[in-house]
Design a protein around this ligand. Structure first.
Ligand SMILES: NC(=O)c1ccc[n+]([C@@H]2O[C@H](COP(=O)([O-])OP(=O)(O)OC[C@H]3O[C@@H](n4cnc5c(N)ncnc54)[C@H](OP(=O)(O)O)[C@@H]3O)[C@@H](O)[C@H]2O)c1
Length: 241
């Protein structure tokens, strides 16, 4: 039986992907800070769903993750969907630093922990929900776009490292465009907004076909391609809302 952990399964994309994994017969460890929605998932398949309350910004989160892997009796797939973000044009320091703490430090703590586990336990698959926001620095969301670019680069680095050591670790960097989740609550006018269900199905396809990098969806693939080719001297002068 295949075993997966979804970090950030209490809401949005992570919750929906966890639901699909459960439906497809996986044994699933679901983790986040809030446990009520995790319990809902567990109720749907009590014998195959294990919950854990984990805050990725906590220094003991890696130990808690290893304990969850132990409770599951091993791991094949780790999906990192935990993340926060805001539009923060006024540079509220608390928002910027919290985003760094969760999306950069918390991400590194968790992904490194799983990498080391797979290194000594025969390998596995690490998939992370990053974002198209890492394509270029975004004026209205400095910490969010910077941490997403960091995640993209970090995964690329880990994949090269794993290959150089001939480790059996596969990586999938999943970069969605706008998805209708609580992360976007309070702000409006998001173009080409996807439903959580549609995004989760595309994410499952990217994982099952072992893609290395996957922008979701096709429309966003075209946008990010064009976006990447905007010269820096133009980008510096563009006003984004
Ligand atoms: N929505 C979009 O348009 C969009 C687009 C591209 C990429 N993404 C990325 O997709 C990922 C999921 O976001 P979402 O849109 O699904 O948002 P969401 O509905 O707010 O879900 C975020 C998840 O992350 C968890 N989380 C946040 N901080 C955490 C922490 N310190 N420790 C453990 N878990 C934590 C939350 O659980 P608790 O609060 O219970 O801890 C929740 O389960 C994020 O990395 C986001 O950047 C989203």
């Amino acid at each position: 039986m295949r075993k997966a952990i979804v970090m950030g399964a209490s809401s949005g994309i992570g919750h929906e992907v966890a639901r699909l994994l459960i439906t497809q017969g996986w044994t699933v460890g679901v983790a986040a800070r809030r446990t009520d929605k995790l319990t809902d998932l567990q109720t749907s398949a009590p014998e195959r769903v294990i919950t854990a309350q984990i805050d990725v910004t906590n220094s003991v989160a890696d130990t808690q993750l290893l304990q969850l892997i132990g409770r599951m009796g091993g791991l094949d797939l780790y999906l990192h969907a935990a993340g926060i973000g805001w539009q923060n044009p006024n540079l509220d320091a608390n928002k910027e630093l919290k985003t760094m703490e969760t999306n950069a430090l918390g991400f590194t703590r968790m992904v490194d922990c799983v990498y080391r586990f797979f290194e000594t336990n025969g390998g596995g698959h690490i998939a992370c929900i990053t974002s198209i926001a890492g394509t270029k620095g975004l004026g209205p969301a400095p910490a969010y776009s910077a941490t997403k670019a960091m995640q993209n680069t970090y995964l690329q680095a880990l994949e090269q490292l794993a290959n150089s050591k001939h480790l059996n670790i596969h990586f999938t960097d999943i970069r969605p465009g706008f998805v209708d989740t609580p992360l976007l609550a309070g702000t409006s006018n998001f173009p080409m907004l996807m439903t959580t269900e549609k995004a989760a199905q595309s994410i499952m396809r990217a994982i099952n076909t072992r893609r290395h990098v996957c922008v979701i969806d096709t429309r966003w693939r075209i946008v990010t391609y064009l976006w990447r080719h905007i010269p820096n001297w133009v980008w510096r002068r563009m006003k984004l809302n």
